[in-house]
Design a protein around this ligand. Structure first.
Ligand code: ADP
Ligand code: XUL
Length: 528
Protein backbone atom coordinates (compact mmCIF):
# COMPACT_ATOMS: atom_id res chain seq x y z
CA UNK A 1 0.00 0.00 0.00
CA UNK A 2 1.27 3.49 -0.82
CA UNK A 3 2.99 5.84 1.61
CA UNK A 4 2.81 9.64 1.47
CA UNK A 5 5.50 12.05 2.60
CA UNK A 6 4.81 15.52 3.96
CA UNK A 7 7.66 17.99 4.53
CA UNK A 8 7.48 21.23 6.50
CA UNK A 9 10.21 23.81 5.99
CA UNK A 10 9.43 26.26 8.78
CA UNK A 11 11.30 29.22 10.20
CA UNK A 12 13.46 27.16 12.53
CA UNK A 13 13.28 23.58 11.33
CA UNK A 14 12.51 20.99 8.68
CA UNK A 15 10.15 18.14 9.54
CA UNK A 16 9.10 15.03 7.60
CA UNK A 17 6.02 12.94 8.33
CA UNK A 18 5.14 9.76 6.43
CA UNK A 19 1.60 8.44 6.49
CA UNK A 20 0.09 5.14 5.52
CA UNK A 21 -3.30 6.21 4.12
CA UNK A 22 -4.76 2.70 3.91
CA UNK A 23 -8.32 2.87 5.31
CA UNK A 24 -7.69 0.12 7.91
CA UNK A 25 -4.16 1.01 8.92
CA UNK A 26 -4.27 4.76 8.54
CA UNK A 27 -1.53 6.25 10.71
CA UNK A 28 1.66 8.28 10.86
CA UNK A 29 4.42 5.72 10.34
CA UNK A 30 7.54 7.89 10.50
CA UNK A 31 8.42 11.35 11.73
CA UNK A 32 11.75 13.17 11.88
CA UNK A 33 12.83 16.75 12.35
CA UNK A 34 15.97 18.85 12.38
CA UNK A 35 16.68 22.37 13.58
CA UNK A 36 18.54 24.48 11.02
CA UNK A 37 20.82 26.12 13.61
CA UNK A 38 21.93 22.77 15.04
CA UNK A 39 22.06 20.57 11.93
CA UNK A 40 23.61 23.15 9.61
CA UNK A 41 25.72 25.47 11.83
CA UNK A 42 27.85 26.49 8.81
CA UNK A 43 25.05 28.80 7.73
CA UNK A 44 25.28 30.77 10.97
CA UNK A 45 21.56 31.26 11.56
CA UNK A 46 19.86 31.87 14.89
CA UNK A 47 16.34 30.46 15.03
CA UNK A 48 16.69 29.93 11.27
CA UNK A 49 17.38 33.61 10.53
CA UNK A 50 20.73 35.25 9.74
CA UNK A 51 22.07 37.56 12.47
CA UNK A 52 20.23 40.87 12.37
CA UNK A 53 21.55 44.34 12.92
CA UNK A 54 18.35 46.09 11.89
CA UNK A 55 15.32 44.52 13.67
CA UNK A 56 13.20 45.28 10.60
CA UNK A 57 15.29 43.09 8.29
CA UNK A 58 15.04 39.28 8.37
CA UNK A 59 16.68 37.05 5.76
CA UNK A 60 17.71 33.39 5.50
CA UNK A 61 20.02 31.46 3.13
CA UNK A 62 18.02 29.39 0.61
CA UNK A 63 20.93 26.92 0.35
CA UNK A 64 20.34 26.00 4.00
CA UNK A 65 16.77 24.95 3.24
CA UNK A 66 18.07 22.86 0.33
CA UNK A 67 20.72 21.11 2.45
CA UNK A 68 18.16 20.45 5.17
CA UNK A 69 15.95 18.79 2.57
CA UNK A 70 18.86 16.59 1.60
CA UNK A 71 19.55 15.54 5.22
CA UNK A 72 15.92 14.81 5.97
CA UNK A 73 15.30 12.87 2.74
CA UNK A 74 18.37 10.78 3.60
CA UNK A 75 16.75 9.88 6.92
CA UNK A 76 13.38 9.14 5.30
CA UNK A 77 15.05 6.86 2.73
CA UNK A 78 16.82 4.98 5.52
CA UNK A 79 13.67 4.42 7.58
CA UNK A 80 10.79 3.61 5.26
CA UNK A 81 10.15 1.13 2.48
CA UNK A 82 10.85 3.62 -0.30
CA UNK A 83 9.33 1.38 -2.94
CA UNK A 84 5.93 2.28 -1.42
CA UNK A 85 6.48 6.05 -1.58
CA UNK A 86 3.81 7.30 -3.99
CA UNK A 87 3.76 11.07 -3.56
CA UNK A 88 5.38 13.94 -1.68
CA UNK A 89 4.08 17.37 -0.87
CA UNK A 90 5.26 20.12 1.37
CA UNK A 91 4.50 23.07 3.54
CA UNK A 92 6.76 26.09 3.93
CA UNK A 93 6.92 29.27 5.96
CA UNK A 94 4.83 31.77 4.02
CA UNK A 95 5.82 34.96 2.17
CA UNK A 96 9.60 34.26 1.96
CA UNK A 97 10.96 34.61 -1.57
CA UNK A 98 13.86 33.11 -3.52
CA UNK A 99 15.24 34.88 -6.61
CA UNK A 100 16.75 32.71 -9.35
CA UNK A 101 18.63 33.64 -12.52
CA UNK A 102 18.42 32.22 -16.04
CA UNK A 103 20.75 29.30 -15.24
CA UNK A 104 18.38 27.91 -12.62
CA UNK A 105 16.36 25.65 -14.91
CA UNK A 106 19.41 23.79 -16.22
CA UNK A 107 21.12 23.61 -12.81
CA UNK A 108 17.95 22.24 -11.15
CA UNK A 109 17.70 19.60 -13.85
CA UNK A 110 21.35 18.55 -13.60
CA UNK A 111 22.40 18.67 -9.95
CA UNK A 112 25.37 16.44 -9.23
CA UNK A 113 24.13 13.61 -6.96
CA UNK A 114 27.60 13.18 -5.45
CA UNK A 115 27.31 16.58 -3.81
CA UNK A 116 24.96 18.39 -1.45
CA UNK A 117 22.48 20.65 -3.22
CA UNK A 118 23.05 23.94 -1.33
CA UNK A 119 26.49 24.71 -2.64
CA UNK A 120 25.41 23.89 -6.21
CA UNK A 121 22.59 26.43 -6.01
CA UNK A 122 24.70 29.44 -5.03
CA UNK A 123 25.39 30.37 -8.62
CA UNK A 124 21.70 30.45 -9.58
CA UNK A 125 20.67 32.95 -6.89
CA UNK A 126 20.16 36.45 -8.27
CA UNK A 127 19.53 37.70 -4.71
CA UNK A 128 21.92 36.08 -2.23
CA UNK A 129 19.44 35.81 0.65
CA UNK A 130 15.71 35.26 0.93
CA UNK A 131 13.67 37.85 2.80
CA UNK A 132 11.34 35.95 5.13
CA UNK A 133 8.04 36.55 6.89
CA UNK A 134 9.72 38.22 9.88
CA UNK A 135 10.93 41.10 7.71
CA UNK A 136 9.15 44.40 8.29
CA UNK A 137 11.39 46.70 6.24
CA UNK A 138 9.03 47.51 3.34
CA UNK A 139 6.60 50.13 4.73
CA UNK A 140 7.48 52.56 1.91
CA UNK A 141 6.78 49.90 -0.73
CA UNK A 142 3.49 48.95 0.95
CA UNK A 143 2.34 52.56 0.75
CA UNK A 144 3.41 52.83 -2.91
CA UNK A 145 1.62 49.65 -3.92
CA UNK A 146 -1.57 50.60 -2.09
CA UNK A 147 -1.56 54.07 -3.66
CA UNK A 148 -1.05 52.64 -7.15
CA UNK A 149 -4.00 50.22 -6.97
CA UNK A 150 -6.46 52.70 -5.47
CA UNK A 151 -5.88 52.29 -1.76
CA UNK A 152 -5.54 49.70 0.99
CA UNK A 153 -9.21 48.68 0.82
CA UNK A 154 -9.02 48.08 -2.94
CA UNK A 155 -5.94 45.90 -2.49
CA UNK A 156 -7.59 43.97 0.35
CA UNK A 157 -10.77 43.44 -1.66
CA UNK A 158 -8.87 41.93 -4.59
CA UNK A 159 -5.98 40.10 -2.91
CA UNK A 160 -7.43 39.36 0.56
CA UNK A 161 -5.06 41.65 2.47
CA UNK A 162 -4.00 45.27 2.56
CA UNK A 163 -0.26 45.61 1.92
CA UNK A 164 1.79 43.96 4.65
CA UNK A 165 5.54 44.44 5.00
CA UNK A 166 6.31 40.71 4.95
CA UNK A 167 4.14 39.95 1.92
CA UNK A 168 6.09 39.06 -1.19
CA UNK A 169 4.89 41.88 -3.47
CA UNK A 170 6.32 44.65 -1.25
CA UNK A 171 9.50 42.57 -0.83
CA UNK A 172 9.86 42.22 -4.61
CA UNK A 173 9.33 45.96 -5.02
CA UNK A 174 12.03 46.72 -2.46
CA UNK A 175 14.47 44.45 -4.34
CA UNK A 176 13.63 46.10 -7.66
CA UNK A 177 14.11 49.60 -6.17
CA UNK A 178 17.36 48.86 -4.35
CA UNK A 179 19.02 46.40 -6.72
CA UNK A 180 17.67 47.02 -10.22
CA UNK A 181 20.49 44.92 -11.72
CA UNK A 182 19.73 41.96 -9.47
CA UNK A 183 16.06 42.27 -10.38
CA UNK A 184 16.90 42.41 -14.09
CA UNK A 185 18.96 39.22 -13.70
CA UNK A 186 16.05 37.45 -12.01
CA UNK A 187 14.30 34.94 -14.21
CA UNK A 188 12.02 33.37 -11.59
CA UNK A 189 10.80 34.47 -8.16
CA UNK A 190 9.75 31.54 -6.04
CA UNK A 191 8.13 31.37 -2.65
CA UNK A 192 9.92 29.03 -0.24
CA UNK A 193 7.23 26.47 -1.08
CA UNK A 194 7.70 26.52 -4.85
CA UNK A 195 11.49 26.76 -4.51
CA UNK A 196 11.64 23.51 -2.56
CA UNK A 197 9.10 21.81 -4.85
CA UNK A 198 11.31 22.85 -7.80
CA UNK A 199 14.33 21.34 -6.11
CA UNK A 200 12.50 18.04 -5.64
CA UNK A 201 11.15 17.94 -9.19
CA UNK A 202 14.32 19.21 -10.88
CA UNK A 203 12.36 21.87 -12.73
CA UNK A 204 10.56 25.13 -11.93
CA UNK A 205 7.40 24.26 -9.99
CA UNK A 206 4.18 26.27 -9.85
CA UNK A 207 2.55 27.85 -6.79
CA UNK A 208 -0.68 26.88 -5.12
CA UNK A 209 -3.37 29.53 -4.51
CA UNK A 210 -3.05 29.17 -0.72
CA UNK A 211 0.56 30.31 -0.59
CA UNK A 212 0.17 32.71 -3.53
CA UNK A 213 -2.44 34.56 -1.42
CA UNK A 214 0.39 35.78 0.80
CA UNK A 215 1.92 37.98 -1.87
CA UNK A 216 -0.48 40.93 -2.35
CA UNK A 217 -0.41 39.92 -6.04
CA UNK A 218 -3.12 37.29 -6.58
CA UNK A 219 -6.75 37.99 -7.36
CA UNK A 220 -8.70 35.91 -4.84
CA UNK A 221 -11.68 35.70 -7.19
CA UNK A 222 -9.90 34.31 -10.26
CA UNK A 223 -6.97 32.67 -8.41
CA UNK A 224 -4.67 34.21 -11.01
CA UNK A 225 -2.25 37.17 -10.91
CA UNK A 226 -3.95 40.58 -10.66
CA UNK A 227 -2.33 42.73 -13.38
CA UNK A 228 -2.84 46.02 -11.48
CA UNK A 229 -0.98 44.65 -8.44
CA UNK A 230 1.83 43.31 -10.63
CA UNK A 231 2.20 46.69 -12.36
CA UNK A 232 2.22 48.45 -8.99
CA UNK A 233 5.00 46.16 -7.74
CA UNK A 234 7.75 45.89 -10.35
CA UNK A 235 8.13 46.02 -14.14
CA UNK A 236 7.80 42.89 -16.20
CA UNK A 237 6.85 40.85 -13.17
CA UNK A 238 4.39 38.42 -14.76
CA UNK A 239 7.03 36.43 -16.61
CA UNK A 240 9.11 36.13 -13.44
CA UNK A 241 6.32 34.55 -11.38
CA UNK A 242 5.40 30.86 -11.31
CA UNK A 243 1.95 29.89 -12.56
CA UNK A 244 -0.76 29.47 -9.91
CA UNK A 245 -2.34 26.01 -10.17
CA UNK A 246 -4.84 24.05 -8.04
CA UNK A 247 -3.30 22.84 -4.77
CA UNK A 248 -3.67 19.19 -5.78
CA UNK A 249 -1.62 19.53 -8.99
CA UNK A 250 1.19 17.05 -9.58
CA UNK A 251 4.12 19.34 -10.44
CA UNK A 252 6.46 16.57 -11.56
CA UNK A 253 8.34 13.58 -10.18
CA UNK A 254 11.33 13.28 -7.85
CA UNK A 255 14.29 14.13 -10.05
CA UNK A 256 17.14 11.80 -10.93
CA UNK A 257 19.25 13.70 -8.34
CA UNK A 258 17.18 12.32 -5.46
CA UNK A 259 16.75 8.95 -7.10
CA UNK A 260 20.51 8.51 -7.33
CA UNK A 261 21.49 10.27 -4.12
CA UNK A 262 19.04 8.54 -1.75
CA UNK A 263 17.68 5.71 -3.91
CA UNK A 264 14.23 7.23 -3.80
CA UNK A 265 11.64 6.31 -6.46
CA UNK A 266 10.31 8.81 -9.04
CA UNK A 267 7.42 9.61 -6.64
CA UNK A 268 4.94 12.32 -7.61
CA UNK A 269 5.86 15.80 -6.41
CA UNK A 270 2.64 17.58 -5.52
CA UNK A 271 2.63 21.38 -5.49
CA UNK A 272 3.60 22.70 -2.04
CA UNK A 273 1.63 25.24 -0.01
CA UNK A 274 2.21 27.59 2.90
CA UNK A 275 2.40 26.35 6.47
CA UNK A 276 -0.87 27.94 7.54
CA UNK A 277 -2.89 26.61 4.57
CA UNK A 278 -1.35 23.18 5.21
CA UNK A 279 -2.20 23.43 8.91
CA UNK A 280 -5.83 23.97 7.94
CA UNK A 281 -5.76 20.47 6.44
CA UNK A 282 -3.58 19.01 9.20
CA UNK A 283 -6.02 20.14 11.91
CA UNK A 284 -8.97 18.80 9.91
CA UNK A 285 -10.63 22.22 9.54
CA UNK A 286 -12.54 21.21 6.45
CA UNK A 287 -15.82 22.86 7.49
CA UNK A 288 -16.93 26.27 8.69
CA UNK A 289 -17.25 27.32 12.36
CA UNK A 290 -14.04 25.80 13.72
CA UNK A 291 -10.74 27.51 14.45
CA UNK A 292 -7.21 26.35 15.04
CA UNK A 293 -4.42 28.19 16.81
CA UNK A 294 -0.84 27.48 15.82
CA UNK A 295 1.77 28.33 18.44
CA UNK A 296 4.91 28.15 16.30
CA UNK A 297 7.54 30.79 15.74
CA UNK A 298 4.55 32.94 14.80
CA UNK A 299 1.22 32.53 16.58
CA UNK A 300 -1.68 32.28 14.13
CA UNK A 301 -5.42 31.79 14.43
CA UNK A 302 -7.34 30.60 11.40
CA UNK A 303 -10.47 28.87 10.12
CA UNK A 304 -12.06 27.80 6.85
CA UNK A 305 -14.57 30.13 5.11
CA UNK A 306 -16.95 29.29 2.29
CA UNK A 307 -16.90 32.84 0.91
CA UNK A 308 -14.22 35.46 1.47
CA UNK A 309 -15.13 37.90 4.24
CA UNK A 310 -12.83 40.92 4.46
CA UNK A 311 -11.55 42.10 7.84
CA UNK A 312 -12.90 45.62 8.36
CA UNK A 313 -10.07 46.32 10.81
CA UNK A 314 -7.47 45.43 8.12
CA UNK A 315 -5.37 43.29 10.44
CA UNK A 316 -6.45 39.86 9.21
CA UNK A 317 -6.02 38.03 5.93
CA UNK A 318 -8.21 36.06 3.60
CA UNK A 319 -6.31 33.34 1.74
CA UNK A 320 -7.47 30.77 -0.77
CA UNK A 321 -7.67 27.44 1.05
CA UNK A 322 -5.85 24.41 -0.36
CA UNK A 323 -9.10 22.41 -0.11
CA UNK A 324 -11.05 24.99 -2.14
CA UNK A 325 -12.92 27.92 -0.58
CA UNK A 326 -11.05 30.34 1.66
CA UNK A 327 -9.45 30.71 5.05
CA UNK A 328 -9.43 33.66 7.43
CA UNK A 329 -6.32 34.20 9.48
CA UNK A 330 -4.67 36.63 11.88
CA UNK A 331 -0.92 36.45 12.49
CA UNK A 332 1.24 37.55 15.42
CA UNK A 333 5.01 37.84 15.15
CA UNK A 334 5.67 37.81 18.89
CA UNK A 335 4.83 34.15 19.40
CA UNK A 336 7.21 31.45 20.64
CA UNK A 337 10.33 33.60 20.58
CA UNK A 338 8.64 36.16 22.85
CA UNK A 339 7.64 33.39 25.28
CA UNK A 340 11.24 32.15 25.13
CA UNK A 341 12.54 35.64 25.93
CA UNK A 342 10.47 35.78 29.13
CA UNK A 343 11.44 32.20 30.00
CA UNK A 344 15.13 33.06 29.57
CA UNK A 345 14.91 36.44 31.34
CA UNK A 346 13.98 34.59 34.51
CA UNK A 347 16.28 31.59 33.93
CA UNK A 348 13.42 29.11 33.59
CA UNK A 349 12.93 25.81 31.76
CA UNK A 350 9.62 25.11 30.02
CA UNK A 351 8.54 23.02 33.00
CA UNK A 352 9.38 25.88 35.37
CA UNK A 353 7.45 28.23 33.08
CA UNK A 354 4.46 25.85 33.14
CA UNK A 355 4.57 25.47 36.93
CA UNK A 356 4.37 29.24 37.27
CA UNK A 357 1.38 29.39 34.94
CA UNK A 358 -0.32 26.69 37.00
CA UNK A 359 0.35 28.43 40.32
CA UNK A 360 -0.51 32.05 39.44
CA UNK A 361 -4.05 33.36 39.23
CA UNK A 362 -5.96 34.28 36.06
CA UNK A 363 -5.92 38.03 35.54
CA UNK A 364 -2.55 38.48 37.24
CA UNK A 365 -4.02 40.91 39.78
CA UNK A 366 -4.58 43.34 36.90
CA UNK A 367 -0.91 43.43 35.78
CA UNK A 368 -0.53 43.44 31.98
CA UNK A 369 2.07 43.73 29.28
CA UNK A 370 2.04 44.34 25.54
CA UNK A 371 4.32 41.59 24.13
CA UNK A 372 6.12 43.58 21.44
CA UNK A 373 9.68 42.29 21.77
CA UNK A 374 9.91 42.43 17.96
CA UNK A 375 8.05 44.67 15.51
CA UNK A 376 4.49 43.28 15.60
CA UNK A 377 2.18 42.36 12.73
CA UNK A 378 -1.10 42.41 14.72
CA UNK A 379 -1.69 45.13 15.65
CA UNK A 380 0.89 46.83 13.42
CA UNK A 381 3.82 48.01 15.56
CA UNK A 382 6.97 49.01 13.70
CA UNK A 383 8.96 50.25 16.69
CA UNK A 384 9.15 47.40 19.17
CA UNK A 385 9.17 47.67 22.93
CA UNK A 386 7.41 45.81 25.74
CA UNK A 387 4.96 48.05 27.62
CA UNK A 388 3.87 47.11 31.16
CA UNK A 389 0.92 48.27 33.23
CA UNK A 390 0.70 47.47 36.96
CA UNK A 391 3.49 44.95 36.47
CA UNK A 392 7.06 45.11 37.81
CA UNK A 393 9.60 44.21 35.10
CA UNK A 394 11.53 42.04 37.58
CA UNK A 395 8.55 40.02 38.87
CA UNK A 396 9.21 36.67 37.14
CA UNK A 397 5.95 34.85 37.91
CA UNK A 398 3.78 37.86 37.02
CA UNK A 399 5.64 38.39 33.72
CA UNK A 400 5.27 34.73 32.75
CA UNK A 401 1.52 34.90 33.23
CA UNK A 402 1.32 38.34 31.64
CA UNK A 403 3.00 37.33 28.38
CA UNK A 404 0.76 34.32 27.81
CA UNK A 405 -2.38 36.23 28.82
CA UNK A 406 -1.41 39.09 26.49
CA UNK A 407 -0.87 36.76 23.55
CA UNK A 408 -4.16 34.92 24.09
CA UNK A 409 -6.14 38.13 24.63
CA UNK A 410 -4.64 39.69 21.50
CA UNK A 411 -5.66 36.59 19.55
CA UNK A 412 -9.19 36.70 20.94
CA UNK A 413 -9.57 40.41 20.15
CA UNK A 414 -8.08 40.35 16.67
CA UNK A 415 -9.93 37.26 15.46
CA UNK A 416 -13.40 38.68 16.12
CA UNK A 417 -13.61 39.84 12.50
CA UNK A 418 -13.85 36.19 11.40
CA UNK A 419 -17.31 36.06 12.95
CA UNK A 420 -16.84 32.60 14.47
CA UNK A 421 -18.44 31.81 17.82
CA UNK A 422 -15.38 30.01 19.18
CA UNK A 423 -16.42 27.07 21.38
CA UNK A 424 -13.61 24.70 20.41
CA UNK A 425 -9.98 25.39 19.50
CA UNK A 426 -7.61 22.96 17.82
CA UNK A 427 -4.06 23.70 18.98
CA UNK A 428 -0.91 22.94 17.02
CA UNK A 429 2.71 24.11 16.71
CA UNK A 430 5.67 23.59 19.06
CA UNK A 431 4.15 25.33 22.09
CA UNK A 432 0.87 23.41 21.82
CA UNK A 433 2.68 20.64 23.74
CA UNK A 434 2.47 22.92 26.79
CA UNK A 435 -0.85 22.28 28.56
CA UNK A 436 -0.36 25.16 31.00
CA UNK A 437 -0.30 27.55 28.02
CA UNK A 438 -3.37 25.82 26.59
CA UNK A 439 -5.18 26.31 29.93
CA UNK A 440 -4.72 30.09 29.62
CA UNK A 441 -5.97 29.80 26.01
CA UNK A 442 -9.08 27.88 27.17
CA UNK A 443 -9.74 30.40 29.95
CA UNK A 444 -9.31 33.52 27.80
CA UNK A 445 -11.47 32.18 24.94
CA UNK A 446 -13.85 30.32 27.29
CA UNK A 447 -13.53 27.38 24.90
CA UNK A 448 -12.38 23.75 24.96
CA UNK A 449 -8.88 23.25 23.55
CA UNK A 450 -7.59 20.03 21.97
CA UNK A 451 -4.14 18.78 21.05
CA UNK A 452 -3.09 16.47 18.20
CA UNK A 453 -0.94 13.36 18.19
CA UNK A 454 1.63 15.13 15.98
CA UNK A 455 2.41 18.68 17.11
CA UNK A 456 3.18 19.78 13.54
CA UNK A 457 -0.16 20.04 11.74
CA UNK A 458 1.45 21.80 8.76
CA UNK A 459 3.53 18.72 8.04
CA UNK A 460 0.59 16.36 8.55
CA UNK A 461 -1.43 18.57 6.21
CA UNK A 462 1.29 18.34 3.56
CA UNK A 463 1.29 14.53 3.75
CA UNK A 464 -2.52 14.46 3.51
CA UNK A 465 -2.39 16.82 0.52
CA UNK A 466 0.01 14.39 -1.18
CA UNK A 467 -2.48 11.56 -0.54
CA UNK A 468 -5.41 13.59 -1.87
CA UNK A 469 -3.51 14.72 -4.98
CA UNK A 470 -2.31 11.21 -5.75
CA UNK A 471 -5.92 10.01 -5.75
CA UNK A 472 -7.08 13.06 -7.74
CA UNK A 473 -4.40 12.44 -10.37
CA UNK A 474 -5.81 8.96 -10.92
CA UNK A 475 -9.36 10.27 -11.23
CA UNK A 476 -10.55 9.70 -7.62
CA UNK A 477 -11.92 12.86 -6.13
CA UNK A 478 -11.73 12.05 -2.40
CA UNK A 479 -13.91 14.09 -0.02
CA UNK A 480 -11.73 16.09 2.38
CA UNK A 481 -13.65 14.65 5.36
CA UNK A 482 -12.34 11.25 4.23
CA UNK A 483 -8.82 12.49 3.58
CA UNK A 484 -8.38 13.87 7.10
CA UNK A 485 -10.06 10.96 8.93
CA UNK A 486 -8.02 9.38 11.76
CA UNK A 487 -4.92 11.47 11.02
CA UNK A 488 -6.00 15.09 11.38
CA UNK A 489 -8.33 14.40 14.29
CA UNK A 490 -7.70 15.90 17.71
CA UNK A 491 -6.96 13.53 20.59
CA UNK A 492 -10.27 13.34 22.53
CA UNK A 493 -8.53 12.76 25.87
CA UNK A 494 -6.40 15.87 25.43
CA UNK A 495 -9.29 18.28 26.08
CA UNK A 496 -8.37 21.31 28.20
CA UNK A 497 -11.53 22.86 29.65
CA UNK A 498 -12.01 26.49 30.60
CA UNK A 499 -12.17 27.32 34.29
CA UNK A 500 -15.60 28.92 34.79
CA UNK A 501 -14.26 31.09 37.61
CA UNK A 502 -11.81 32.74 35.19
CA UNK A 503 -14.57 33.91 32.87
CA UNK A 504 -15.52 37.16 34.63
CA UNK A 505 -11.85 37.95 35.21
CA UNK A 506 -11.07 37.73 31.52
CA UNK A 507 -14.19 39.53 30.36
CA UNK A 508 -12.90 42.50 32.33
CA UNK A 509 -9.23 42.04 31.42
CA UNK A 510 -9.93 41.74 27.67
CA UNK A 511 -11.62 45.17 27.73
CA UNK A 512 -8.80 46.71 29.73
CA UNK A 513 -6.17 45.11 27.47
CA UNK A 514 -7.92 46.51 24.36
CA UNK A 515 -7.80 50.00 25.90
CA UNK A 516 -4.14 49.61 26.89
CA UNK A 517 -3.25 48.43 23.38
CA UNK A 518 -5.19 51.29 21.75
CA UNK A 519 -3.47 53.85 23.97
CA UNK A 520 -0.02 52.47 23.15
CA UNK A 521 -0.79 52.52 19.42
CA UNK A 522 -2.09 56.08 19.60
CA UNK A 523 0.98 57.19 21.56
CA UNK A 524 3.35 55.61 19.06
CA UNK A 525 1.43 57.15 16.11
CA UNK A 526 1.62 60.62 17.63
CA UNK A 527 5.35 60.32 18.36
CA UNK A 528 6.24 59.28 14.80
P1 ADP B 1 8.07 26.70 13.49
O1 ADP B 1 7.25 25.64 12.82
O2 ADP B 1 7.52 28.08 13.29
O3 ADP B 1 9.54 26.64 13.19
P2 ADP B 1 7.42 25.17 15.84
O4 ADP B 1 5.96 24.99 15.62
O5 ADP B 1 8.32 24.01 15.59
O6 ADP B 1 7.96 26.44 15.05
O7 ADP B 1 7.61 25.69 17.31
C1 ADP B 1 8.89 25.95 17.80
C2 ADP B 1 8.74 26.66 19.14
O8 ADP B 1 8.02 25.83 20.04
C3 ADP B 1 10.05 26.94 19.81
O9 ADP B 1 10.55 28.23 19.44
C4 ADP B 1 9.71 26.85 21.30
O10 ADP B 1 9.64 28.16 21.87
C5 ADP B 1 8.30 26.29 21.33
N1 ADP B 1 8.16 25.18 22.30
C6 ADP B 1 8.64 23.93 22.19
N2 ADP B 1 8.34 23.22 23.32
C7 ADP B 1 7.64 24.06 24.14
C8 ADP B 1 7.05 23.93 25.43
N3 ADP B 1 7.09 22.80 26.12
N4 ADP B 1 6.41 25.00 25.93
C9 ADP B 1 6.33 26.15 25.25
N5 ADP B 1 6.88 26.33 24.05
C10 ADP B 1 7.53 25.30 23.48
C1 XUL C 1 1.68 33.91 7.99
C2 XUL C 1 3.00 34.20 8.56
C3 XUL C 1 3.68 33.16 9.38
C4 XUL C 1 4.61 32.34 8.51
C5 XUL C 1 5.61 31.53 9.32
O1 XUL C 1 1.10 34.99 7.33
O2 XUL C 1 3.57 35.24 8.33
O3 XUL C 1 2.76 32.35 10.03
O4 XUL C 1 3.89 31.53 7.63
O5 XUL C 1 5.12 30.45 9.90
Amino acid sequence: MPLYLGLDSSTQSLTAIVIDADADRRAIVYETSLKFDEALPRYGTRHGVLPRTDPAVAVSPPQMWADALDLVLGRVAAHIDVSRLAAISGSAQQHGSVYLNADAASVLARLDPAREPGDQLTRVLSRPFAPIWMDSSTSAECAEIEAAVGGAAALARRTGSRAFERFTGPQIRKFFKHDAEGYAATERIHLVSSFLASLLAGEHAPLDPGDASGMNLMDLGSLGWWPAALDATAPDLFRRLPAVVPSWTVAGHLSSYWQTRHRLPPAKVVVWSGDNPCSLVGTGLVREGLVAISLGTSDTIFGWMRAPRADPTSTGHVFAAPIGGYMGMTVFKNGSLAREQVRDMFGLTWSGFSRILASTVPGNGGGMLLPWFEPEITPPVLRPGVRRLGLAANDGPANVRAIVEAQMIAMALHSRWMGVDIRTIYATGGASANRAILQVMADVFDADVYQFEAGNAACVGAALRAFHADAASSGHDLAWEDVVRRIAEPVASSRVQPDRAARAVYEDLIGRYAAFEAEALAASASSS
